[in-house]
Design a protein around this ligand. Sequence first.
Ligand code: ATP
Length: 453
Amino acid sequence: MPDLETLWQYICDEFKNKLSTISYNTWLKAVKPIAFSSQTLVIEVPTALHKDYWKANLSKQVVSLIADSIGQKITVIAKLPDEPDPLLNNSNSSKNNVHPRTKVSDSRPTFMRETKLNERYTFDTFVIGKGNQMAHAAALVVAEEPGALYNPLFFFGGVGLGKTHLMHAIGHQMLANKPQAKVKYVTSEAFANDFINSIQTKRQEEFRKEYRSVDLLLVDDIQFFADKEGTQEEFFHTFNALYDDKKQIVLSSDRLPNEIPKLQKRLVSRFKWGLSVDITPPDLETRIAILRNKADADDLNIPDDTLSYIAGQIDSNIRELEGALVRVQAYSSMIHLPISTSIAADALKNLKLNGKSNEITISVIQDKVAKYYHISVGDLKGKKRVKNIVIPRQVAMYLARELTDASLPKIGHEFGGKDHTTVIHAHEKISGALNSNSELQREINDLKSKLKK
Ligand SMILES: Nc1ncnc2c1ncn2[C@@H]1O[C@H](COP(=O)(O)OP(=O)(O)OP(=O)(O)O)[C@@H](O)[C@H]1O
């Protein structure tokens, strides 16, 4: 009887030959083998969609693989991370985490047809994190098996979180698998314009032929169908024709179909036939990974702590996150200094000040920080080098840089005439420590919220 590790390695080796790299990375690498007893293999999968996919497809294949090789019929159970291990009380089970989750990294974008797919938006450049893992897996399923499992696939979620990127990635992947496939990507507005033009130019037949002969139709931002009665009517027929033909349809919106105002009920119900999957904002780790990828792609040399700093500033929109990196890069080349946390802080200062209270001044910060750490403002401005004063002083300088638009010399001046390099040092010290020191994170957050009240 093989042990868990040997068994899993064997399964992985077999699937490596059977699946494309990207599918292998998504369905096998993202899985942790948990336990193996005489009859049961338990694996942990990251999302409900992985669980479904294993149940519907991969479990059977593993069962027959094992039956062929060791002549034993086993059951495969896929569980989610928060579900209990069904074999937990079974003393025969062996536990091991063989494969850590890794991101998909090896799909090849294909050449561009007249489909207007953005070359940069591939599975290869898409960073997988908690908020988009299920959407990514669903995207891969429809790219590999269009029209079969999730039709339509409906992505919803906030602005700039990767819906368009995933739609293009599906198109690229489908063309990589099947270069003759007809892939069409449009925004809902482009669909509406094409439709209206076709009426004006009396070329409706052509319009219908164009839209109803595709293998994959990707329609972005369908919330803009609201209010467009005629377009909705036409789209309804396009949808039906493609669906009946088992062609894949992928839609995106900033909200669920039933929350889109003035969307016809029959469209809402059709959009719910397949799978709706949301994308939520990325956590800090994912944001750092996205920035790291982008910096590497652009050949930028940026220290890790600077990337974490930038990722810490923008937490809900990846387009803005990328914009922040561009801004930092532009600023550093403008002043001819290499990118550092301090340069990033300067470059992003105005950005961060947007929407923040103007009443936060250096003296208000000093007052709050002194009270918070039970020391005097005089100590903050003074020269004492004891730890219980040095750290609050650095925290206060850090907050002064973060929350006010005062220049470095001005901050130095307000802290008892210190040099601007002392302020830079304090800022770098605190932003570096914030990455690993959760106590300090809590204190800074507390202070920030007190200051913004
Ligand atoms: N997981 C990710 N990995 C790498 N880049 C990402 C990821 N998610 C989003 N991006 C990038 O962020 C930018 C915005 O993404 P995208 O345009 O796909 O967002 P969206 O959800 O379609 O937004 P909107 O609602 O405004 O249409 C793009 O440049 C995209 O490449």
